[in-house]
Design a protein around this ligand. Structure first.
Ligand SMILES: [Ca+2]
Ligand SMILES: [Ca+2]
Ligand SMILES: [Ca+2]
Ligand SMILES: [Ca+2]
Length: 350
């Protein structure tokens, strides 16, 4: 959460206790007879400045105060939360406020298609606390950036996992936001299954190339928080390869409202700092399995089923389809074609 929003929310929370009329019926930016108005933070800010707005009526003075004090506060506002529209905010206060805490653009500027998709995917999913297995820890306090690969000049470290290995850790926002980079470098194409369980919406990607570049994001997929562990099966090409875990979705990274909950001894919080705020839990686990390259359907066997997948995908890798770890990859030697060379790799691995 940005400092501005945190301060507003803290001020509003204090004020809300003092003003039972917040929220109440009526648009904060329009005169109405009853006291109070529908936007909780704005209502509280106005009534703190002018208590009559919460005691008597929401008159022109209250509207003027709202225009002055409530810039950027647009929850709730007209329009369905799951349908993009021109103005900022949307009609369901809880959803509007939640999405905006992750993505201030949605309340401050426009409830665009991304906000609507995020609302459809994330509103109403309760915050969860996963019971995570007792495995090795990433050894990165959430105020440090030790394993963030090329994402930050502070760190070129990455997490190394052996086949069958598992690790757990925490993600957090901040400048820069936390990402976890897993090293999957190799000199030949290899097939992996990475299983991630996270308390937050996970943004999972495969990045090829070293920090000096060139780099390519081969794919990026978003996974909803909580629920069952998510597995991705993919071929890592013959190069420097990093599997990257962050917070976000298919089309927007989360940079707010995942505050680190550990105290940085070098920068302890001041008495006026708002308390840490997490829209989601911060914890995750990741497990790496090394599969046979020719085990296209990832069932532990190389047999007729995998052969059929090669035959079904025969030809050039579809240029219209980007790499997608949710689709079985039959291009075993990673040369852009599914052909006899891949077929012979299946037969060789039978
Ligand atoms: Ca971390
Ligand atoms: Ca990290
Ligand atoms: Ca198989
Ligand atoms: Ca091939």
């Amino acid at each position: 959460m940005s400092a501005r929003i945190a301060t507003l929310v803290a001020a509003a929370a204090l004020a809300v206790r003092a003003f039972a009329q917040c929220p109440a019926e009526g648009d904060c930016r329009e005169v109405h007879e009853t006291p109070g108005c529908i936007m909780p933070e704005c209502c509280a800010l106005v009534c703190e400045a002018n208590p009559l707005c919460c005691e008597v009526t929401w008159d022109l003075a209250c509207v003027k105060a709202a225009e002055e004090l409530c810039g950027g506060i647009n929850c709730p506002a007209a329009g369905s939360c799951t349908v993009p529209h021109d103005g900022p905010g949307c009609e369901d206060y809880e959803c509007c406020d939640f999405i905006s805490s992750l993505d201030p653009w949605c309340e401050g500027v426009q409830w665009d298609a991304t906000c609507a998709r995020e609302a459809a995917a994330w509103c109403g999913i309760p915050k969860c606390e996963l019971s995570l297995p007792a495995v090795a820890d990433e050894n990165e306090p959430c105020y440090e950036r030790f394993n963030d690969g090329c994402a930050t000049p502070l760190s070129i470290g990455r997490i190394s996992l052996a086949c069958g290995g598992a690790v757990r850790g925490k993600i957090s926002d901040g400048g820069p936001r936390d990402t976890e980079w897993f090293a999957l470098d190799g000199v030949t194409p290899r097939r992996f299954r990475m299983t991630v369980h996270a308390e937050f919406p996970a943004e999972l990607s495969l990045v090829t190339g070293g920090c000096e570049g060139p780099n390519e994001t081969r794919w990026l997929v978003g996974e909803t928080p909580c629920g069952a562990p998510k597995s991705l099966v993919f071929i890592a090409p013959a190069s420097e390869v990093s599997f990257v875990l962050g917070a976000g979705g298919d089309d927007r990274t989360i940079r707010n409202s995942l505050d680190c909950d550990e105290i940085d001894p070098e920068f302890p919080p001041g008495p006026k700092d708002p308390p840490p705020f997490q829209a989601y839990g911060l914890r995750w686990t990741a497990t790496l399995e090394c599969l046979a390259l020719a085990d296209i359907n990832a069932d532990g066997l190389v047999n007729a089923a995998d052969l059929a997948l090669v035959l079904g995908a025969w030809g050039p890798r579809d240029a219209g389809l980007p790499f997608d770890p949710r689709v079985p990859d039959s291009d075993l030697n990673d040369d852009g074609q599914v052909n006899a060379a891949d077929l012979s790799l299946v037969l060789g691995g039978w």
